[in-house]
Design a protein around this ligand. Structure first.
Ligand code: PLP
Length: 395
C-alpha cells in the first residue's frame, strides 16, 4: 500500500505503444503487416561511423568520459554549428547527452520552476508534453493548423501568452508534420520571444532531412539576442541513422549548460564512450551516406503524397522535411466503413491494422484527432503495398 509518485503517475504511456505492440504481435503470429509507424531511418549506420565505433572498442576507449561529453566531440559539434548553421559556440556552450530526448529532458529541467508554462505546437512530437510535465512545467498547447502549413502564427502565440510563459518549443523540420520554417518566419518568432523574454527550445534533430531546396535555418543564428535565449537541441539519431547509439547534444548559454551538466553528472553521467567516438567520425566525416538516404526519402515521399491525395477522402500536404506524412482523415470521421463507424483516429488506425493489416499512428497521439501519421522510413515496395491496402479498404 505504499504510495507511488504523483508526478510520474501523471505521465501518460505512449498512445502509439498499444498499436505498435499489436502490430508486432500480429507479425509474430505470421500475419504480413505493413508498418508505417517507424520513427527511425530504415538504413544502417554508415560504415565509417560503425568502423570508428569498433576502433574505439578495440583501442579500449571504453571507460568513463567527462560527464558532459568528450572535448573532442564537443569540438566537432562546435565545428558543425559553425559549418552548418553559422553559429559560434565554445565547448563550454555544449553538452552531449544520451539522445536528443535526454537533451530535452535536461534542458527543460535546467530552466523550469513549478508552474512555468511551455508552449508546444499541436500536432506535437509525442514526448514534448510529458517532458515538460516531468520538469514540473505546464505544457500549453498551441494549434499549428494545416491551413497555416502546420506553423505557429503570432496571433496564436499571443493568445497563449501569460505571465507564466517561460519557453516555446520549436521543431523544424517537424515530427509529425514535416513542416519547416523559413528565415522570415523565424525572424518573427525570434522577435516575439525577445520582446516577451521567453526561452526558445529549438529541436533541430531533423535538420539534415530537408528537401526541395528548402534550407534549414537555426533560429539561434538570426541574431545575438535570440542566440542568448535559445537552447538548440540536435543529435545523431536521424541524420546518421544512429538511433540506437543514443547521442544527442545541446548548445546554449554556458549558465544553462552548467546546470544541465550538474544534473547529468548525478543522473546518467557520460553518454556511452563508444558512441561518442563514433559520433566524432559522423560529424567530421563525409556525408555521402546522408545524401544517398535523402534521395530515397524524396522518392518515397513523392510517391506517398501523390497516392494519398489520389485516395477519396484522404489528403495530405507535401512535407518539406523529416520522414512522416500527416494524412487528413476529417472526411472519414463519422462515416461507416465496412459496417463500422469511424469516430476517431484510433478507430481508423485499429481497423486498418485489424482488417487491412497496415499499421499507422493515430493523430490523437500528437494531439490532433483529424490525422493519421504515416512514416516513409520503409521501402518503396512496402509503401506501395501498404497504400494499395489502405485504398482498397476505405474505398
Ligand atoms: N525530437 C524529435 C522531434 C523526434 O522525433 C525525436 C525522435 O523520435 C527526438 C527528438 C529524439 O531523438 P533521440 O533518438 O536522439 O532521443
Amino acid at each position: 500500500n505504499l504510495k507511488l509518485s504523483n508526478k510520474i503517475s501523471n505521465i501518460s504511456p505512449s498512445v502509439t505503444l498499444e498499436i505498435t505492440a499489436k502490430a508486432k504481435q500480429m507479425k509474430a503470429n505470421g500475419i504480413d503487416v505493413i508498418g508505417f509507424g517507424a520513427g527511425e531511418p530504415d538504413f544502417n549506420t554508415p560504415k565509417n561511423i560503425r568502423d570508428a565505433g569498433i576502433e574505439a572498442i578495440e583501442k579500449g576507449k571504453t571507460g568513463y568520459t567527462a560527464a558532459s561529453g568528450t572535448n573532442e566531440l564537443k569540438k566537432a559539434i562546435c565545428d558543425k554549428f559553425k559549418r552548418d548553421n553559422n553559429l559560434d559556440y565554445n565547448v563550454e556552450n555544449i553538452i552531449v547527452s544520451s539522445g536528443a530526448k535526454h537533451s530535452l529532458f535536461n534542458a527543460l529541467s535546467a530552466i523550469l520552476n513549478p508552474g512555468d508554462e511551455v508552449i508546444i505546437p499541436v500536432p506535437y512530437w509525442v514526448s514534448y508534453p510529458e517532458l515538460v510535465k516531468l520538469a514540473d512545467g505546464n505544457p500549453v498547447e498551441v494549434k499549428t493548423p494545416e491551413e497555416n502549413d502546420f506553423k505557429y502564427s503570432l496571433d496564436n502565440l499571443n493568445n497563449a501568452l501569460t505571465d507564466s510563459t517561460k519557453a516555446i518549443i520549436l521543431n523544424s523540420p517537424s515530427n509529425p508534420t514535416g513542416t519547416a520554417y523559413t528565415k522570415e518566419e523565424l525572424e518573427k518568432i525570434a522577435k516575439w520571444a525577445i520582446d516577451n523574454e521567453i526561452f526558445v527550445i529549438s529541436d533541430e534533430i531533423y535538420e539534415k532531412l530537408i528537401y526541395d531546396g528548402n534550407e534549414h535555418i537555426s533560429i539561434a543564428s538570426i541574431n545575438d539576442n535570440i542566440k542568448e535565449q535559445t537552447i538548440v537541441i540536435n543529435g545523431m539519431s536521424k541524420a546518421y541513422a544512429m538511433t540506437g547509439w543514443r547521442i544527442g547534444y545541446t548548445a546554449a548559454h554556458k549558465d544553462i549548460i552548467k546546470l544541465m551538466s550538474n544534473l547529468q553528472s548525478h543522473s546518467t553521467s557520460n553518454p556511452t564512450s563508444i558512441s561518442q567516438y563514433a559520433s566524432v567520425e559522423g560529424l567530421n566525416g563525409e556525408e555521402t551516406a546522408i545524401k544517398e538516404m535523402i534521395k530515397h526519402f524524396i522518392e518515397r515521399r513523392d510517391y506517398m503524397v501523390d497516392r494519398i491525395n489520389s485516395i477519396d477522402n484522404l489528403s495530405c500536404k507535401k512535407p518539406k522535411g523529416a520522414f512522416y506524412v500527416m494524412a487528413n482523415i476529417s472526411n472519414i470521421k463519422g462515416k461507416i466503413i465496412h459496417g463500422k463507424t469511424i469516430e476517431s483516429s484510433i478507430d481508423l488506425a485499429n481497423l486498418l491494422l485489424d482488417e487491412a493489416h497496415v499499421a499507422v499512428i493515430p493523430g490523437i497521439a500528437f494531439g490532433d484527432d483529424n490525422y493519421i501519421r504515416l512514416s516513409y522510413a520503409t521501402s518503396l515496395e512496402n509503401i506501395k503495398e501498404g497504400l494499395n491496402r489502405i485504398e482498397e479498404y476505405i474505398k
